[in-house]
Design a binder for this molecule. Structure first.
Ligand code: HEC
Ligand code: HEC
Length: 187
């Protein structure tokens, strides 16, 4: 009872203005609040199991890069995954699927995620690199040069060019295309 009353006092004093201003907006996202203004980029990956299961062959794409329907389709076809076998044991597959669906584009307020949700009435693609917003943003990239460059090889390797991709940051200022002559899209 005593500690209960103590809690009440604490709560009241917090309500009275004792709450320290949230350190930053990211922190308020972590408390599951929909923030007023979209945060930049996408939410970084915060699930070690996902990183391990899906980050061994390529960059572990942030869940917020694809709409939930795309993740759902992709997780249903892991035995033939872009020519690879990526099947997981059932319990692991379930955990990964839940993580992806709960954090898919449209499930939180990040600017890049919001743009990735635009699929223009089409069936949701399996690839981030086939989403209309992605295609539009990469229209100037020379695909042959990407293919010929062993440091990039395909547009699927986000972190080959986006130096802070693993933090969920894709801003233009942070792009470094390996080998300057491959640099389409740079000022
Ligand atoms: C055995 C290797 C392997 C594993 C494990 C794997 N992938 Fe892939 N994944 C690939 C290959 C190969 C591609 C095609 C890459 C390319 O075209 O350059 C790909 C492509 C993708 C793409 C499309 C990227 C784009 O172009 O937009 C997504 C999304 C994806 N994988 C998600 C996952 C998820 C989620 C998991 C975990 C369940 C996973 N991958 C595990 C091999 C793998
Ligand atoms: C070959 C290098 C390269 C690869 C690989 C690449 N990108 Fe990009 N990305 C670019 C360039 C160049 C731009 C255009 C920047 C501009 O408009 O000046 C861009 C733009 C973007 C933008 C828009 C940024 C903004 O602020 O307007 C996003 C989001 C993005 N890329 C995400 C991705 C994701 C996700 C992947 C992996 C699936 C990826 N990119 C792979 C080079 C690359």
């Amino acid at each position: 009872m005593k500690s209960h009353r103590h809690m009440l006092c604490l709560t009241l004093s917090l309500l009275a203005g004792g709450v320290p201003a949230l350190a930053d907006e990211r922190e308020s996202y972590l408390q599951n609040k929909w923030v007023e203004k979209p945060l930049p980029g996408v939410a970084p990956v915060d699930d070690a199991r996902y990183k391990e299961a899906c980050g061994s062959c390529h960059f572990p794409y942030q869940p917020g890069l694809l709409p939930a329907l795309s993740w759902e389709r992709l997780m249903a076809e892991l035995s033939s995954h872009f020519g690879d076998h990526a099947e997981l044991p059932p319990d692991e597959a379930n955990a990964v699927r839940n993580y992806l669906l709960n954090n898919a584009a449209g499930r939180n307020n990040y600017a890049v995620s919001a743009k990735m949700t635009a699929i223009a009435g089409r069936e949701p693609p399996l690839r981030i690199s086939e989403l209309p917003y992605f295609v539009k943003e990469h229209a100037k990239v020379d695909l042959q040069r990407v293919k010929d460059n062993p440091e990039i090889r395909s547009l699927s390797h986000c972190n080959a060019c986006h130096t802070r991709a693993d933090e969920g940051s894709y801003s233009e200022q942070e792009i470094r295309i390996p080998q300057a002559q491959a640099g389409a899209g740079q000022p």
